[in-house]
Write a protein that binds this ligand. Structure first.
Ligand SMILES: [Zn+2]
Length: 219
C-alpha cells in the first residue's frame, strides 16, 4: 500500500477537489515493484512520451465531451424566438452556470451562501427561479394557484426540467406564442429583480411584476 504525501500550496476549490480525488484514486491503483521503478507513458507502446499520442488522447476526450454536451436541449433555448441576450442567459441557466451564489462559491469566491431574498435557503438556480417563496407567488399569479401546472413546479428539480415540461398551447389570457415564452419572461424578470435587489424583505408587488413579465414578452 502506497501513501502519497502531497503538499498543496493553497486550498483547493470544490471543482479541483473532485479532480484531485480522481487523481488520488488513479494513483491508488499504481503498484510498485520490488525492482527499480520507472515512469512510463501508457499511450505509447514503448512507454515513451510523444506529443502525438497526447494530442490523440486529448482529442479523444474532447470528442467524448462533445457527445455529452450534445445532449443540451436546444429546443428550449436556441430554437425559441427570443432575443440573443435572453438565449445566452438561459443557456447559462440550463448549464447551471448562472452567477448565483452557489456558483460563485464553487469558483472560489467568498460570499454568503444564503439567498439574499428569503434568507432561509441557499441560493441555487432552482431555488431562485422556481422555489423561492416570492418566485412561487409570481408563478402562481400568472399560471393559476389551482392549476395542475403550478402543482408541478414543486417537483421540478431544475429549470431545464420545468421548461421541458412546460405544456404547449394554452388559451387566454395568453396567446399561444406568449404562453410559450411566458416561463422565460418570468425567469428573466426574477433575475432582473434579484440583481436589482428590490425584492428584499419588502412585500413584492405581484401585479407590478406580472405586468413587467407581460411587458417583456418580446412581442
Ligand atoms: Zn431565497
Amino acid at each position: 500500500m502506497i501513501v502519497w504525501d502531497m503538499d498543496l500550496r493553497r486550498t483547493m476549490y470544490e471543482w479541483e477537489q473532485i479532480q484531485f480525488d480522481e487523481m488520488v484514486s488513479c494513483l491508488g491503483q499504481v503498484q510498485l515493484e520490488e525492482d527499480a521503478n520507472r515512469l512510463q507513458w501508457k499511450w505509447e507502446k514503448k512507454g515513451v512520451f510523444t506529443v502525438k499520442t497526447m494530442y490523440d488522447q486529448l482529442r479523444l476526450r474532447e470528442l467524448t465531451l462533445e457527445v455529452s454536451t450534445s445532449r443540451f436541449p436546444c429546443q428550449i433555448v436556441w430554437k425559441k424566438p427570443l432575443p440573443l441576450k435572453i438565449k445566452l442567459f438561459f443557456w447559462t441557466v440550463i448549464l447551471g452556470r448562472t452567477q448565483t451564489v452557489d456558483n460563485l462559491i464553487t469558483k472560489g469566491k467568498i460570499v454568503f451562501p444564503i439567498c439574499s431574498m428569503c434568507k432561509v435557503s441557499n441560493e441555487t438556480i432552482p431555488h431562485l427561479f422556481l422555489h423561492y417563496s416570492k418566485s412561487l407567488e409570481l408563478w402562481a399569479y400568472l399560471i393559476g394557484h389551482n392549476s395542475s401546472l403550478y402543482a408541478n413546479i414543486f417537483t421540478a428539480d431544475t429549470v431545464m426540467e420545468w421548461l421541458l415540461a412546460w405544456p404547449a398551447g394554452q388559451s387566454q389570457p395568453f396567446s399561444e406564442l406568449l404562453w410559450k415564452l411566458l416561463p422565460y419572461a418570468i425567469i428573466w424578470i426574477i433575475w432582473k429583480h434579484r440583481n436589482e435587489g428590490i425584492f428584499k424583505d419588502k412585500e413584492i408587488n405581484l401585479r407590478g411584476m406580472a405586468n413587467e413579465v407581460k411587458g417583456v414578452l418580446w412581442y
